[in-house]
Write a protein that binds this ligand. Structure first.
Ligand code: ACO
Length: 385
């Protein structure tokens, strides 16, 4: 009987030609191109094209893709009203999961899984999720819906729909880079979830809805919100003790480690060195934090990184993508509970690519469980139990 592999660590369960990860060396490539090169030179639209077509687009191809992408920015009729009928206290990730599921009901042929239909559905979900998130956030703030603008990029359009004004070039670029860095990452939990669901030949909407549910967890995409909460706790602790935040970082982190608590934004199932996305984001977070008056937050983060390297670096626990994305999103002015939806907005590109990849060579996922319970137990009548 084979051994149970808890968490499926190290098990190869699918083939992909989208992203390559080398956890020992800290390498991440999309279709062979380093994440660093893409973050420096590409855009989210171009990166999505790369992931879905396994090649960089020519100028004309990118133009055509961008036009098609923007043509899908609008929410289906009635969707804004539906979002505005939700409880204002709802959490944005629950709203996003529910509304992506609801998009299926606006599709006349929701179950079509042929390559052309699956890609069309994927593009439509990718293009409309920003409007879902922005619409809900404005509604809960008592503000009217701002319709998308087709002359704006994905990043600009989201921030425009959220804030009612076109962002500065620097802010839009910071946001676009975050989108590029989060777009795909091998067979992570949410991507695996999407492939498991589509392997039953269910539908693209169901697979994406399940993936959003997976991403929400604090051990996965939810960690970026917990990082920000931790930074807030450190600032509040310093204030309550009349100290400078930098002076309480050490006792705060050491206290949590002594209680065997996890420090969010550190550690990764695959990376045993610094996550290459975190390497890039670290430099970038410093710049955007300085530009927006949030440098103290970056400095607290940097000190946490130093303490963690000293205390748990030997175990291969280093910052992951969520650690510095928290500072970046905060500096851009995003509210805490929008951090994980931002991750979902970007990862939609990767999930969809994997869904289409799974459909192209499908075999139903159906692993086995090792039964460890009793055998030959008598059935006791209700009165005798
Ligand atoms: N803080 C402190 N110690 C940690 C951390 C952490 N964040 N992560 C792992 N460790 C320690 C564990 O306590 C364990 O120590 P031990 O061997 O002395 O008991 C050792 O490192 C190995 O931990 P595992 O749980 O076996 O590692 P696993 O591969 O299962 O976990 C995970 C990976 C879930 C990401 C983990 O590192 C974690 O909980 N991190 C915090 C949450 C987080 O940031 N998640 C985002 C991941 S990236 C992403 O999804 C985008």
């Amino acid at each position: 009987m084979p051994l149970t592999v808890k968490g499926l660590e190290g098990i190869v369960a699918a083939e992909t030609n989208m992203s390559y990860i080398n956890g020992e060396k800290g390498i991440l490539e999309y279709v062979g191109i380093s994440i660093d090169d893409l973050a420096r030179n590409s855009t989210f639209e171009e990166t999505t094209y790369l992931l879905w077509n396994r090649k960089l687009p020519t100028k004309a191809e990118l133009q055509a893709f961008t036009t098609e992408f923007r043509a899908n920015y609008d929410l289906p009729a009635g969707m804004v009203e539906r979002i505005q009928s939700l409880p204002k206290t709802a959490q944005p990730m629950h709203v996003l999961r529910t509304m992506v599921s609801a998009l299926a009901m606006h599709d006349v042929d929701p179950n079509a899984n042929d390559p052309v239909s699956a890609r069309k559905k994927a593009l439509s979900v990718l293009a409309t999720t920003p409007a879902i998130i922005a619409c809900f956030d404005r509604y809960r703030r008592g503000l009217p819906f701002v319709a998308p603008r087709k002359d704006l990029t994905f990043a600009q359009n989201f921030l425009y729909m959220l804030n009612g004004q076109v962002p500065t070039e620097a802010v839009a670029r910071a946001f676009d880079i975050c989108m590029i860095l989060h777009a795909d990452h091998g067979l992570n939990n949410s991507t695996f979830t999407s492939r498991v669901i589509i392997s039953t030949l269910s539908d693209v909407y169901s697979a994406l809805t399940g993936a959003i549910g997976s991403l929400r967890g604090p051990l996965h995409g939810g960690a970026n919100e917990e990082v920000m909460e931790m930074l807030g706790e450190i600032e509040a602790l310093a204030k309550s003790q009349g100290k400078n935040a930098m002076d309480v970082v050490e006792p705060y982190i050491m206290g949590r480690l002594a209680k065997k608590e996890r420090i969010m934004g550190f550690g990764h199932r695959v990376y045993k060195t610094i996550d290459p996305r975190a390497t890039f984001l670290k430099t970038f977070a410093k710049q955007i934090a300085a530009d927006t008056g949030n440098l103290p937050l970056y400095e607290i983060s940097s000190k946490i990184e130093q303490i963690m390297a000293r205390e748990v670096g030997a175990k291969g626990i280093y910052p992951n993508v969520d650690f510095y994305s928290a500072t970046t999103y905060h500096s851009i002015g995003l509210k805490l509970d929008l951090f994980t939806p931002m991750f979902a907005m970007s990862r939609n590109a990767g999930w969809s690519g994997h869904i289409i990849e799974q459909l192209s060579d499908n075999r139903l996922f159906r692993p086995a469980a090792e039964y460890v319970g009793p055998h030959n137990s008598p059935y006791m009548a209700m009165d005798s139990r």
